[in-house]
Design a protein around this ligand. Structure first.
Ligand SMILES: [Zn+2]
Length: 305
């Protein structure tokens, strides 16, 4: 069965490629980190699948971050997928999000189409520049937003279908490659039409990637590549939290210690708690040890703490 995996495929006789993803345990574990409202669960699940599908198109081994910012029921929503297909997500929302229907659009989550934006960031993780594309919240579905991004920013005509079900999600991406011939026009039109016919209930049926693709594109000769596993894991660590505390500075840390007696930090992605008693917190600023540790440690995550 296709489960917690991403599988790329190509049409043998046309310049068409794609990928199919199923997030099962990974989706359940990520959604289980916080008491997300229903609308947010569905949006997060679909964005997790979309991010994994997008990562299958990357030419470099980096991370992909999809971030929704708004000033409505949802202020922030972040989904990350790294080169090893490790996923994590988080969100910030108000009580108003609980009143939204489960199928609310990203524009509704953000407070209206002009009140939010979706940013897709590609981080090559090799010290090279980040690439960021901004998507207006014009389309009503997440798949249509991502299709628009791929067609305009990447200049690759793309189709995507996503289907989220109780704590799991499936998605299918189809792309028309540059250099397609006129013969490929008919193939693309037919494949896209078949994709339009796929009901969510069909997409989530338990079956192998091969069976799923045969069901969706019965006339095509498809080469399926070996599926790659996906999983939930968080990159937070004591060292990263220590670096974040060094960044906020000794004065701020002392003020928290004066108020609370210790420093408690909870990771917004995985909910793990880190505690530094006063002695440990002050040791972070001890000149020798602090300098030695900071040099070897990865930079703190800007969106987490
Ligand atoms: Zn974490």
């Amino acid at each position: 069965m296709l489960s917690d995996a991403l599988a790329r495929f190509v049409f043998e006789r046309s310049a068409v490629r794609g990928a199919v993803v199923s997030l099962d345990d990974a989706c359940r574990d990520i959604l289980g980190c916080h008491p997300y409202p229903l609308a947010l669960k569905r949006a997060l699940a679909e964005l997790l699948a979309a991010a994994t599908l997008l990562s299958s198109t990357l030419k470099f081994k980096g991370a992909l971050i999809v971030q929704l910012q708004g000033d409505g029921p949802v202020r922030l929503l972040v989904v990350e997928c790294d080169a090893a297909l490790t996923l994590r997500a988080t969100a910030q929302w108000s009580d108003a999000a609980n009143a939204l229907p489960a199928d609310a659009s990203l524009a509704e989550l953000a407070g209206g189409p002009d009140h939010g934006r979706l940013a897709i960031t590609l981080d090559p993780k090799d010290g090279g520049p980040l690439y960021q594309g901004i998507v207006a919240l014009a389309a009503t579905s997440i798949s249509a937003l991502v299709e628009h991004y791929l067609t305009t920013s990447e200049q690759i005509v793309s189709r995507m279908v996503l289907a989220a079900e109780e704590n799991r999600v499936r998605g299918l991406l189809l792309q028309r490659l540059p250099g397609a011939t006129t013969d490929d026009d008919a193939t693309w039109a037919s494949a896209a039409a078949h994709l339009d016919q796929v009901a969510s209930s069909d997409l989530v049926l338990p079956r192998t990637a091969e069976a799923l693709l045969r069901g969706v594109f019965p006339a095509e000769d498809i080469r399926l590549f070996r599926p790659r596993p996906t999983r939930f894991a968080c990159s937070c660590s004591t060292e990263r939290v220590a670096n974040a505390l060094r960044l906020i500075g000794r004065t701020e840390v002392e003020s928290i210690l004066a108020e609370q007696g210790l420093i408690g930090v909870t990771c917004e992605f995985c909910n793990r708690s880190y505690t530094f008693v006063a002695e440990e917190a002050r040791a972070l600023f001890a000149r020798d040890r602090g300098a030695a540790t900071a040099r070897g440690a990865p930079p703190p995550d800007p969106v987490r703490h």
